[in-house]
Design a protein around this ligand. Structure first.
Ligand SMILES: [Fe+2]
Length: 413
């Protein structure tokens, strides 16, 4: 039948078409955003366009093209003549923001409360680790109450406590790392679509994941230098030591699982059991990402922490280590350029990311304080890349030490 062969086949693929962002209208269904995940990590892979502000936020993110599914939403011609079409080519003032659910306080408003929760965490976790080291019975009630307080802080503002937790000192690393992982786990759970109960279980698991370090020899745990192979082999025992302690105290299933398997890797090269792929539970895979991110970005006695954005960039290249879906959700939860990242702008100015913009993770607020052109400090200034009309944008993360800058954190306050 020659006639049939000339007709376009009505396959699922034929319903997907690429359009310019200027053609995108309410009522369309976005199948895929054009470009790499890193550039547009904020966005779900597919969604219905129900509001004009979604289109404006896509445009504000610098996205030029999208793929639409005309089976699930309007086509270009229909949308153009439809009553609900919105002319986004016309100047629309400041780009609208999408407010994440639960973001009820600004970063500035929440930081003071987050600092209080963090200070309380220090007392509770230091005591919990001390009791564990002494072999005394541990009451996790206070830690569970802390998880609730951290959850409430994240609910009011998703970034305040995570940025405060970056300020841990090297000597309190072991237990404050657990607090940071708790907050990161809960933020990640939300971006994975988990419900509140699952999120809090993930948080408590993060809080307890390194409890076994309380049983490690202090000279190895606090060694001010890199561990030898033998010492590292001893330290690897912390997963199983923590698991046993949690088991004895009647810890929950999720906490037990994360405690035992947060050092497993997707390709089977992790420890203690060399599990691979689906053998590693979802919670343990979440734990692996949050644990590594906080570990590599923290200052240690023998090593300066990596810049947060640089850490994400490097972690993205570690084939076989992390679950990619979970890693991408993690990037959405902390931001492509997390608070505290040192970045270079197209204008030549350099500075530190001080606040995220919910509608566009590519356009955070940056406090500029250095000029790449003159290689000199300049008067600090807050540049809101989502609001700025100067068309400035982030070129990428930079290593502060390469520019002779010792403490980026000094410019965070
Ligand atoms: Fe660990």
């Amino acid at each position: 039948m020659p006639g049939a062969a000339s007709r376009p086949a009505r396959t699922a693929l034929s319903m997907i078409k690429r359009i310019r962002i200027a053609q995108l209208r309410e009522g369309m269904y976005v199948h895929k955003i054009e470009g790499s995940w890193l550039e547009h990590s904020f966005w779900r892979s597919s969604f219905a366009v129900k509001e004009r502000k979604v289109i404006e936020s896509l445009r504000a993110s610098g996205i030029a093209e999208v793929w639409i599914d005309t089976d699930k939403g309007l086509d270009v011609a229909k949308a153009a003549s439809g009553a609900s079409a919105t002319d986004v080519d016309a100047p629309s003032g400041e780009p609208a923001r999408i407010v994440l659910p639960g973001a009820r306080a600004t970063l500035g408003e929440e930081v003071a409360a987050a600092k209080k929760v963090y200070a309380k965490s220090r007392v509770v976790m230091r005591s919990l680790f001390t009791e564990a080291r002494l072999g005394r019975a541990i009451d996790t009630g206070e830690a569970e109450a802390l998880v609730d307080e951290i959850a409430n802080s994240l609910q009011r503002n998703p970034w305040a406590l995570i940025s405060v937790a970056r300020l841990k000192t090297a000597d309190e690393y072991t237990y404050m790392h657990c607090v940071a992982v708790c907050a990161l786990m809960m933020a990640l759970a939300r971006h994975l679509g988990m419900d509140e109960r699952e999120g809090r279980e993930a948080g408590l698991a993060g809080m307890m994941h390194d409890l076994g370090k309380a049983k490690m020899p202090l000279d190895i745990l606090n060694k001010p230098g890199r561990l030898t192979d033998e010492e590292f082999a001893v330290m690897k025992g912390h997963s199983e030591a923590g698991y046993k302690m949690l088991l004895e105290m009647g810890g929950g299933e999720v906490a037990l699982e994360v405690c035992l398997h947060h050092h497993e890797k997707l390709d089977g090269t992790g420890y203690p059991h060399g599990l691979s792929g689906e053998q590693i539970s979802r919670y343990a895979r979440m734990g692996a990402v949050c644990d590594v991110y906080d570990a590599v970005t923290s200052n240690r006695p023998y090593k300066k922490g990596w810049d947060p954005a640089e850490a994400l960039k490097r972690m993205a290249t570690w084939d076989g280590h992390f679950d990619q879906h979970i890693f991408h959700a993690f990037v959405k939860s902390v931001g492509i350029y997390p608070i505290g990242s040192f970045v270079r702008l197209e204008s030549g100015l350099m500075g530190v990311v001080v606040e995220q913009n919910e509608g566009s993770l590519l356009r955070p607020k940056v406090k500029t304080f250095f000029s790449a052109k003159s290689r000199a400090y300049v008067l600090p200034k807050i540049v809101d890349l989502a609001q700025s009309r100067s068309d400035d944008r982030i070129l990428g993360p930079e290593r502060p030490d390469a520019w002779g800058i010792a403490r980026v954190a000094d410019f965070l306050a």
